[in-house]
Design a protein around this ligand. Structure first.
Ligand code: ADP
Ligand code: MG
Length: 708
């Protein structure tokens, strides 16, 4: 009686023209207008509709009794309306009260400023479903602004849903209604369920006790046991992960089996000389990742490794040592950065670290400038051994004599297809991707599923964690008073704000006005400069250089200083409108200070109003300096899409999976996928036939693009 509903197979006659890819527009009762609303929900085809899962379920069968309710409880109840009352509040707001009863006791539901239609929709005696949080007012229990749905609708007379113990609730758009969706979905499964194709082979379904595809889909919509739905949802999450991991597994398999890379020999010539003259000893974490990198570089397989470590963890010196291994083997080594400021900084630091070593270092930038053609010919002849530069490094007119190693700094700015492009350059050079944005494991397995990962999880000794404070914009003078002390001690200060010019929103502080205020009124006795993205590169670099050499005390800037800039004497970071920045960005900005031996400070200035998420970001960042903890939180708050900017990762968006929540399933899917590909890389085995056809449907094109 209470059983889950499954459309009977024998009723289903698959007609070839009735493909699951058919647009929903042509379904009975949909049409042009409704199909547009449905498209807003991501539903275009019948297949999309089948996979448009309810966001909630209404249980008609079990209800907590009203007399059992207590303030704070979240409840969903099927109840009857016993009275209706509309009145004006003392503030002249309209207020709607519905007394609802479960037959024994009564509770009041209250709305302020409700849709007018509510006044006409509800009648005494009607059965409704309500969903909300119980609260107390003047000693009475009430539910304020519950979701409400009429379930004794006349439309429901003699229809399929009338007898169902559980009703699905869908996200809506436009004028679409719950009953529209319920009817349409029921109709679609009646007609098309027979066309649903399985994609997970029985040996895997059995392992996890997943229901078959067509049953699983129907359970999501027609379940009588909403508490079991989570288990069914897992099937779809697993499936989504599995196919992506099959892609990575194949990618890696073919890559490794081709052995096109270079096998370097650890000669300990240049690398040892560098060790001897380093002003510090490497941390244990730096040594460990170097071993991992050397192991890769000394095998004939092309290295593809992600080196992640928090800001200041010392990735540059690790990279440099790897570059020297390539150089002592007679190859050229390149380091590519996203900005010129970073390229120049690396160039300066690396040149300094390599003094007295017989290595030729050069810098290549974009655009045309004096000496560029000479640099290019040095690269071409092989005279240049360590080459640092921007994207200019992979332009067509730059030909290497013998490129054996490429490191990419701040690699999250490059998508998977660019990675493929890079690795096809030269003789399959060993590739090292650097990231100062710690990435949660679940995300790196998804976006960089083909890369090995090395993590520097330890900062060099004697670093003092940055003290972080949230301050209201009204108290900025107190912050400036603190800053004055640091300036008096000879320290330098960053002030960052989100915009360059005065925007339509007058209340936002822009960099130009802030600069005028700070340099003219607050700290006229100190040298202040303005840095923003619309300046010419040359001017930007000149200012950065002046700041580094302490000719400028205060740098007012937009986020252009975000990545990688290293000025150990700067001890204060003030972020204006901190509530507008993402967590990863705030962490990066804070990482600009605390790079020397002195105590550093970060002031996050908040301007009201602040969204709940904005508030949570600020609390998170002020609560920890741990980049990985921040990254996990970031993933939870934003989702992976925004993490990398729009579709930069080039990966499909997940329909069912949530990386923050489902990382456990991801692990299983990854293990399964790699195991399957290890035995059967082409998925040619009979028992993998379902996987193969589903994989080809989803990824055939994609796989071509990322191949290297
Ligand atoms: P990031 O990982 O952010 O690129 P850097 O490579 O710029 O970090 O290193 C930050 C600073 O720490 C540099 O000034 C570098 O010289 C210094 N450093 C790197 N490794 C060590 C170490 N083992 N001990 C002390 N200082 C180190
Ligand atoms: Mg760096």
């Amino acid at each position: 009686m209470n059983d889950d509903y499954v459309a009977p197979e024998n009723k289903i006659k698959a007609r070839p023209e009735k493909d699951l890819q058919m647009p929903v527009k042509y379904l009975k009762g949909v049409g042009e207008v409704r199909s547009r609303w449905m498209a807003n929900l991501g539903i275009v085809s019948v297949w999309d509709l089948m996979r448009f899962f309810p966001c909630q379920y209404i249980r008609r069968d079990v209800n907590p009794a009203i007399y059992e309710l207590e303030p704070g409880m979240k409840v969903a109840l099927a109840v009857m309306i016993s009275w209706i009352d509309i009145r004006l509040t003392s503030r002249n707001q309209k207020q709607l009260n519905l007394g609802v009863s479960d037959g024994k006791s009564c509770i009041t539901c209250t709305w302020f400023n409700y849709p007018l239609i509510y006044e006409k929709s509800f009648h005494q005696g009607m059965t409704v479903w309500i969903n909300g949080t119980v609260s107390e007012y003047n000693g009475q229990l009430q539910i304020v602004h519950p979701e409400i749905e009429i379930i004794s609708d006349t439309q429901m007379e003699d229809d399929f849903w009338k007898t169902r113990p559980v009703l699905p609730v869908y996200h809506l758009s436009g004028n679409l209604t719950q009953s529209f969706f319920r009817h349409l979905i029921h109709q679609v499964f009646e007609q098309y369920a027979g066309l649903i194709v399985e994609s997970i082979p029985p040996f895997l379904s059995a392992k996890y006790r997943f229901p078959e595809m067509h049953k699983a889909l129907q359970m999501m919509h027609f379940t009588s046991h909403p508490e079991q739905v989570e288990q069914v949802r897992m099937r779809f999450v697993y499936e989504e992960f599995l196919f992506l991991q099959l892609l990575w597994a194949r990618h890696k398999h073919f890559h490794l089996s081709e052995s096109l890379g270079i096998a370097m020999i650890n000669k300990r010539e240049l690398t040892r000389k560098l060790y001897e003259q380093l002003p510090f000893t490497l941390t244990a974490a730096q040594k460990r990742v170097l071993r991992e990198i050397f192991d890769d570089m000394t095998t004939p397989v092309q290295m593809s490794r992600l080196l992640q470590g928090d800001v200041g963890s010392g990735k540059t010196v690790v990279t440099l040592i790897a570059m020297l291994l390539a150089v002592e083997n007679g190859y050229q080594a390149a380091l590519m950065t996203p900005t010129e400021i970073l390229a120049e900084q690396h160039h300066r630091n690396i040149t300094a670290l390599l003094q007295n070593l017989p290595v030729t270092v050069c810098l290549l930038k974009g655009g045309s400038y004096k000496g560029k053609s000479q640099t290019i010919s040095m690269i071409n002849s092989g005279e240049a051994q360590v080459i640092i530069g921007t994207h200019a490094l992979i332009q067509d007119d730059v030909n290497y004599n013998d490129l054996g190693f490429v490191a990419v700094d701040e690699q999250h700015r490059f998508g998977v297809e660019q990675r493929a492009l890079l690795s096809r350059k030269g003789k399959h050079p060993d590739l090292l991707y650097l990231s100062a944005t710690p990435i949660p494991r679940s995300l790196s397995m998804t976006v960089y599923g083909d890369l090995e990962v090395s993590t520097i999880d330890e900062l060099p000794p004697n670093r003092k964690p940055v003290n972080t404070f949230i301050r209201s914009s009204a108290k900025i003078d107190l912050v400036y008073a603190q800053v004055r002390k640091e300036l008096a001690a000879g320290r330098q200060v960053y002030i960052v704000c989100p915009l360059i010019e005065e925007s339509e929103k007058v209340d936002l502080i822009d960099a130009q006005r802030l600069f005028e205020h700070v340099s003219g009124k607050v700290f006229p006795e100190y040298r202040t400069a303005l840095l923003h993205g619309r300046m010419k590169n040359r001017d930007k670099d000149a200012i950065m250089q002046d700041f580094k050499e302490n000719r400028i005390n205060i740098l007012v800037s937009t986020t252009v200083i975000e990545v990688g800039v290293d000025v150990p004497n700067a001890t204060v970071m003030i972020v204006e409108h901190a509530e507008r920045f993402g967590l990863a960005q705030l962490h990066q900005l804070r990482g600009r200070v605390g790079r020397g031996a002195a105590q550093s400070w970060c002031y996050l200035i908040e301007h009201y109003p602040i969204s709940a998420i904005g508030r949570e970001r600020l609390t998170t960042i002020s609560g920890t300096n741990d980049g990985f903890a921040i990254a996990e939180k970031d993933l939870e708050l934003r989702g992976p899409g925004e993490y990398f900017g729009t579709d930069q990762s080039g990966l499909p968006r997940f329909r069912f999976a949530n990386l923050a929540r489902d990382s456990e399933i991801l692990k299983y899917a990854r293990i399964d996928a790699f195991e399957i590909i290890r035995h059967d890389p082409d998925l040619g085995d009979e028992k993998h036939a379902l996987l193969r056809s589903a994989f080809v449907r989803q990824f055939a094109q994609k796989e071509e693009l990322i191949r290297y």
